[in-house]
Every structure is written in structure tokens, then in C-alpha cells.
Design a protein around this ligand. Structure first.
Ligand code: AMP
Length: 280
């Protein structure tokens, strides 16, 4: 496994890789969710590149950039074990050189859901992913359904900017009790951790309701809120039933949709989602 940091190192190592190359962008502190993306990429490509970069521009000043968990040594051991070919851990200096002023922004998709609570977030994500695509030049790139809006945003951006990259979205990996794996789960104290699977219960309850014929978006909404309200530690930020492509809120009866939510446990913000009405 080749380790690179500067852009020149990355470019040189990239030129020696067999195509097709699959890229898995991460912020490190890897878990089975990330590893599932790596395995998916391994299965479909000659070479796999993993980037590890805690991108400062996708965090608001009030968010957890400084506290974001890091463990590079462990990450590298896990990636080595998966047979990853190349790891790129760029510096802030390379990603945002002095005088930086070029951003990638999406007009509408980023206004809803996460974007309405984290207004700058997707500008940071779209910009950094564009830079990763330009530098690594992968044929395929792998993202998790766990971050549903990010998946839609990156798919749209890749088409809009004509990146010659196939974007592949992989399923959400969960703990045995349903909690979606996330680096941020490490912030939860034991009591909060016990409460955290309520997101999964709310989503899977609504999905079951949908499958049993309750297709009114208001009812699905209420269903999710009722489950969340039973968990005293959970503070709901939003609960949504949205269009799968435009991410706009739906009302009335639906045939398919994205159920999603953001819930705070004290200072830890958890998100999760499920798709209804589409076979996987
Ligand atoms: P992050 O390091 O949190 O930026 O995540 C890197 C990639 O892993 C993103 O594409 C995430 O959507 C994906 N990911 C994070 N958690 C999970 C999970 N539980 N299951 C599947 N993919 C995930």
C-alpha cells in the first residue's frame, strides 16, 4: 500500500496504478461502513484509492472540526488489511492554497434537509469531492447511502460538471441494534448510545407502515415523530418525507420517497434515512 501526502506524490503514484481505479473518499476514523465501500470498490476495479481528509470547509465554525475523531495509524492498518493500493492524506495547504477562491455550489438540492441546518456544508463537500476527482482521476467513486443528501448532491454534481466518474452508492451499514455506523457515534456516552437506535426504529417503523399501505406523507411523518418522542434524550432537528431526486418535501399520498431525520443527543448530531417504494 502506497501512502501519499503531497499532490505530486499522489499524481506519481496514481500514474502507476492499473485502471479502472475506484476512489473511496473518507474523513478517516474508519469503521465497517467505510470498509464496506472499500470492499465494493475492490470488487469492481483493478485498483482502489482511499482518501483520508477531514475537510475543514464542510464544517461550520460552531461544529466539531477540532474534536472530530482521528486515528490514522489504525485507519492505515485497516486499509492495508483490505488490500487498498493507495492512500492519499492531503494537507490543508494542498487542498486550500493561500488565496483559494474557487467553489462548487449546487443551486437547489443543497437548500433542503441537511442544507437548511448546515448552509455551507455542501459547498465544502462538492468542492472537496471535485478536487479529489481531479487529483485522483478515478473511473468510479463510492459513497454511502447513510449520507443520503450527499449521495444525491454528488451524483448531480458529477453529471453537471461532466466528470468522467461513475458514482456508486452503497447501502448503510448498521450495528446489531440498528444504529447506523458513524465516526460521530464515538461522542455518545453509554446512556445516549442506548437511546441512539431510536432513529432506526422510527425509520423502520415508518417503512413498515408504508409497506402495509399507509402512504400519506403526513401520517408517515407523524409515525416517525411519535417514536422519536418516546426517547427522552433525543432532540429532533427535523424529520422529512422527501422526493428522492429533488429532495423537496412531499405531501399527500406517495409511491416512493426518502424518509430522513437529524436528531441531537446533547451535543452529538445523528442523521439517518431509509428509502421507501423502491426495490433494492
Ligand atoms: P465520512 O468519513 O463520514 O465522511 O464518510 C465517508 C464515506 O463513508 C461517505 O460516503 C459516507 O456516506 C460513508 N459512510 C459513513 N457511514 C456509513 C455507513 N454506516 N454505512 C455505509 N457508508 C457509510
Amino acid at each position: 500500500m502506497i501512502l501519499t501526502s503531497t499532490l505530486n506524490e499522489l499524481r506519481e503514484a496514481r500514474s502507476g496504478l492499473l485502471n479502472p481505479v475506484g476512489l473511496v473518499p473518507t474523513m478517516g476514523f474508519l469503521h465497517e461502513g467505510h470498509i464496506s465501500l472499500v470492499r465494493c470498490a475492490k470488487g469492481e476495479n483493478e485498483s482502489v484509492v482511499v482518501s483520508i481528509y477531514v475537510n475543514p470547509t464542510q464544517f461550520a465554525p460552531t461544529e466539531d472540526l477540532k474534536a472530530y475523531p482521528r486515528n490514522t495509524e489504525r485507519d492505515l492498518a485497516l486499509l492495508e488489511n483490505e488490500g487498498v493500493d493507495l492512500v492519499w492524506s492531503p494537507s490543508d495547504q494542498d487542498m486550500y492554497p493561500p488565496g483559494f477562491q474557487t467553489w462548487v455550489e449546487l443551486e437547489r438540492l443543497t437548500k433542503f434537509l441537511e442544507g437548511s441546518y448546515r448552509p455551507e456544508h455542501f459547498r465544502g463537500v462538492a468542492t472537496v469531492v471535485s478536487k479529489l476527482f481531479n487529483a485522483v482521476q478515478p473511473q468510479r467513486a463510492y459513497f454511502g447511502q447513510k449520507d443520503a443528501q450527499q449521495a444525491v448532491v454528488i451524483t448531480r454534481m458529477t453529471q453537471d460538471l461532466n466528470f468522467p466518474v461513475e458514482v456508486i452508492i452503497c447501502p448503510t451499514i448498521r450495528e446489531a441494534d440498528g444504529l447506523a455506523l458513524s465516526s460521530r457515534n464515538s461522542y455518545l456516552n453509554p446512556e445516549e448510545r442506548r437511546g441512539a437506535p431510536v432513529l432506526y426504529r422510527a425509520l423502520s417503523g415508518a417503512k413498515e407502515a408504508f409497506e402495509s399501505g399507509i402512504i400519506d406523507s403526513e401520517e408517515l411523518h407523524t409515525h416517525m415523530l411519535e417514536v422519536l418522542e418516546n426517547e427522552p434524550l433525543a432532540e429532533v432537528e427535523y424529520v422529512s418525507v422527501a422526493d428522492l431526486e429533488t429532495l423537496e418535501e412531499l405531501d399527500g399520498p406517495i409511491t416512493r420517497g426518502l424518509l430522513s431525520m437529524a436528531v441531537r443527543f446533547r451535543t452529538t448530531r445523528l442523521i439517518d434515512n431509509m428509502i421507501v417504494g423502491v426495490d433494492h
